[in-house]
Design a binder for this molecule. Structure first.
Ligand code: URA
Length: 462
């Protein structure tokens, strides 16, 4: 048996180096024992040196590395061996990753999914408490992850809370930010982290204002916010109260949705928009002039989602005001839909472009940028609850459905989307570009908008 000792539980680089050497030397999976961290020596005699390669190195698909990098953070001790078994298989069958029904790939995909979910939970549920220390104030949070995700999740906090000094303590590891550098430390216990303090009030107010009684589904709430996290989150102290008052609040919401939307939702929307101004979730903020947030009535029945602001939108700070916006306005008008009654936003809220001389040429946002920006569109959808959400083009559709889809396949019919309907049509800039049958394409777009308008009126009539 060959023994491999990895430095840490999430030591992807160490695993990769060892796995590559073992695989090129042809060592079978059952002859390798993996151990991570410094939790005692399972191997007694200690790990053996890696074998010299006996065959040329081989390339693996990018999809495998992406999967391995994430799955390695799972807490299942078998993950290293499973990944190694898959690596060996790829050596003989380079296309093995394409077999989505393969049980080994499925198991590793489930692990990667659990890891991503844990990272998402940490991003969403960490709550800092302010503690005075020698350097002024430090913000300290306690979190209990299920997997070895602290390192993978902490860059987000460094970007988001770049100007604060903070520490996140977890049972497995701690991570500290001094305003410039991320440092790692040993695990901690709950008692090391402080209890509640005044910044909890901010979260409570925010949570109470976005809490939507009409959408109250306890099962879904538990799924999104598992009980095990509740004890660390100040706003969950409000959950019982809010659930108890849900009926009364729902009645009030029906009232306000007939007239003007209530002050709470407006305040929450403004808070989210103000927060989005400082968004650094992806690198696009470095080049755009400003975040271009959505606009329109919060009681809108239709939310239109475009791709990203263009040159003029970036300068004006408003969506769809440039050439594509003007064509969109004309089509809405021809379809009998009043833009002033709709909410218009974009999947990506910063302008992505390439500078060519003095011109800024539109560049398509990539999947990472779309996914990073989904946070904001989700906040807008939580606050507005549009019965109809319309994706204008493939980027918007990817953002709404969370995966790449084909516009022509989904076009023209409603799709379920969190209790509402999603519709998909082309992006107005497609109509500016298209050469063949320009008029016919425009007419089809207007027809889509007309049907969407009719559907919104039918829903409003009940
Ligand atoms: N294209 C879009 O997708 N959105 C805008 O706001 C402008 C152009």
């Amino acid at each position: 048996m060959r023994r491999v000792r990895l430095e840490r539980e999430d030591d992807f680089d160490g695993w990769r180096e060892a796995a590559r050497a073992l695989a090129t030397a042809g060592v079978p999976a059952e002859e390798v024992g993996w151990q991570a961290g410094d939790g005692g020596d399972l191997f007694g005699a200690g790990p053996a040196p890696l074998p010299p390669p006996s065959a040329p190195a081989f390339a693996v698909p990018r999809a495998f590395l992406t999967l391995a990098e994430t799955a390695i953070c799972h807490s299942d001790p078998e993950r290293f061996a499973l990944l190694y078994a898959l690596l060996l298989r790829l050596r003989g069958q380079p296309r093995a990753m394409e077999d989505a029904a393969d049980p080994l790939i499925q198991r590793l995909e489930r692990m990667a999914k659990a890891v991503r979910r844990d990272i998402h939970k940490m991003h969403a549920f960490v709550r800092f408490r302010e503690v005075p220390d020698a350097g002024g104030n430090r913000y300290v949070a306690w979190f209990e992850p299920e997997h070895h995700i602290v390192r993978a999740a902490s860059g987000f906090f460094a970007r988001r809370f770049a100007n604060m000094r903070w520490s996140i303590l977890t049972p497995r590891a701690s991570v500290h930010w001094d305003g410039a550098t991320l440092m790692e430390g040993p695990g901690a216990v709950r008692a090391d982290a402080p209890e509640g303090d005044p910044i909890e009030e901010v979260w409570k107010t925010y949570y109470a204002s976005i809490f939507n009684p009409a959408r109250l589904k306890i099962g879904a709430m538990l799924k999104e916010m598992p009980k095990r996290y509740w004890k660390n989150m100040p706003e969950t102290a409000l959950v019982g109260e809010l659930v108890a008052g849900a009926q009364a609040r729902e009645a009030r919401m029906v009232e306000v949705s007939r007239g003007q939307i209530g002050g709470n939702a407006r305040a929450a929307w403004e808070a989210v928009r103000a927060e989005a101004k400082g968004c650094t979730r992806c690198p696009l903020y470095r080049h755009g002039t400003q975040t271009v947030f959505g606009e329109g009535p919060l009681a809108a029945r239709i939310m239109f989602v475009g791709e990203q602001p263009g040159d003029q939108e970036d300068l004006a700070g408003r969506p769809f005001v440039g050439p594509a916006g003007q064509l969109f306005d004309r089509a809405l008008n021809d379809a009998g839909v009043d833009r002033a009654e709709t909410y218009v936003t974009n999947a990506v809220k910063h302008f992505k472009f390439e500078q060519r001389g003095k011109r800024r040429i539109h560049a398509k946002p990539d999947a990472g940028e779309i996914d990073a920006c989904r946070w904001w569109i989700e906040q807008e959808r939580i606050l507005i609850r549009p019965p109809l959400t319309v994706a204008l083009g493939a980027t918007a559709a990817r953002s709404l459905f969370g995966k790449a889809v084909t516009v022509s396949k989904l076009r023209g019919q409603p799709h379920q989307l969190d209790g509402g309907e999603a519709w998909v049509t082309v992006h107005p800039s497609f109509l500016l570009r298209v050469r063949d049958d320009k008029e016919g394409e425009y007419a089809r777009f207007v027809e889509d908008l007309r049907r969407i308008g009719a559907r919104a009126r039918a829903i409003a009539r009940g």
